[in-house]
Write a protein that binds this ligand. Structure first.
Ligand SMILES: NC(=O)c1ccc[n+]([C@@H]2O[C@H](COP(=O)([O-])OP(=O)(O)OC[C@H]3O[C@@H](n4cnc5c(N)ncnc54)[C@H](OP(=O)(O)O)[C@@H]3O)[C@@H](O)[C@H]2O)c1
Length: 282
């Protein structure tokens, strides 16, 4: 039997066991995926011992993603760019780390908008400069747009992000002050919220979208609630919207493939299962 885990602290709210459990059943695989609560002080020991406990690898979540980044022996290019690792596996005896939020966000965007959506996109606006923003920008900067603006309440964090991700970037990365958003929005064909604003219990993200391009797409990576105030405002303006749940589902695909050997599908049934869980816990 192949075993995988999600490790974090706390970990009881993670929806990853539901996602991987669904796929294990769907593909009739002899495997398990379990939650493991490990305090930061014990994380180094956990990384050394999970192999001897029979695990093929697993997911890493808050607060261990940066420590995992520093501790793995090899990293994928995506993990390298983001500076955080959320997926671990062993290959030829070597501990590898990936950041699958990058592929997860892009796969969901492609699935929602159809491949080739970039043809109409020159300017992208990303709101936020935390860990998720790094993954989103790292994914978007490989697509053929012209420039990505990163706006954040704390401008210095946006400057750090742009400095780190600008190296080798095929597209121009620039910061935008939060107060400058009214001047940037009319040029942005894709607007992505990666801040925690709009999440249940947080204030809404209020943007004036009345001057956004008519064909602009507004994406939110917050998925509780599924329709955030930002997405509701975008829909009210007649703009296309992309919700945050697909990113969560798609980011799980590469790990499942590494541990269990099957590339799983993100199905409407899986989405409905996770949505029902979100509703049940609101
Ligand atoms: N869909 C998915 O699969 C997925 C994956 C990862 C994360 N997420 C969601 O993405 C969100 C961000 O995650 P993260 O890991 O990047 O968090 P993080 O590293 O803590 O970053 C939080 C970001 O939100 C901004 N922010 C927080 N409160 C704000 C406020 N009152 N006004 C303006 N900006 C504010 C912060 O700005 P400052 O720098 O100014 O503090 C920062 O840019 C969370 O809601 C998380 O659940 C979703």
């Amino acid at each position: 039997m192949t075993k995988a885990f999600v490790v974090g602290h706390p970990i009881k709210h993670s929806r990853s066991p539901l996602i991987h459990g669904y796929w294990l059943k769907q593909y009739g695989l002899d495997g398990s995926y379990e939650r493991i609560d490990v305090a930061p002080v014990n994380f180094g020991d956990f990384l050394k011992s999970f192999r001897s406990q029979g695990f093929a690898g697993g997911n890493v979540t808050i607060p261990h993603k940066e420590m995992a980044f520093l501790s793995v022996e090899r990293r994928t290019a995506q993990a390298e760019r983001v500076g955080a690792v959320n997926t671990l596996w062993i290959e030829d005896g070597v501990l590898w780390g990936d950041n699958t939020d990058v592929a997860g966000f892009m796969a969901h965007l492609d699935a929602s908008l159809g491949t080739g959506w970039e043809q109409d996109v020159e300017t992208i606006l990303v709101l936020g400069a935390g860990g998720a923003a790094r993954a989103v920008v790292a994914g978007l900067q490989n697509r053929p747009c012209k420039r990505i603006f990163v706006a954040n309440r704390t401008l210095s964090k946006a400057e750090d992000l742009v400095r780190d991700l600008r190296r080798g970037s095929p597209v121009a990365l620039e910061t935008a002050a939060w107060e400058a958003l009214p001047r940037v929005i009319p040029h942005a064909q894709l607007i992505v919220n990666t801040t925690s604003l709009g999440m249940a219990g947080q204030p809404p993200l209020v943007l004036d979208l009345s001057r956004a391009p008519r064909h602009a797409v507004v994406a939110d990576i917050v998925y509780v609630p599924l329709e955030t105030p930002l997405l509701a405002a975008a829909a009210a303006q007649g703009l296309r919207t992309v919700d945050g749940l697909g990113m969560l589902l798609h980011q799980a695909v590469p790990g499942f493939k590494r541990w269990f050997g099957v590339t799983p599908e993100v199905t409407p049934e899986l989405r409905a299962l996770i949505l029902a869980d979100i509703e049940a816990h609101r």
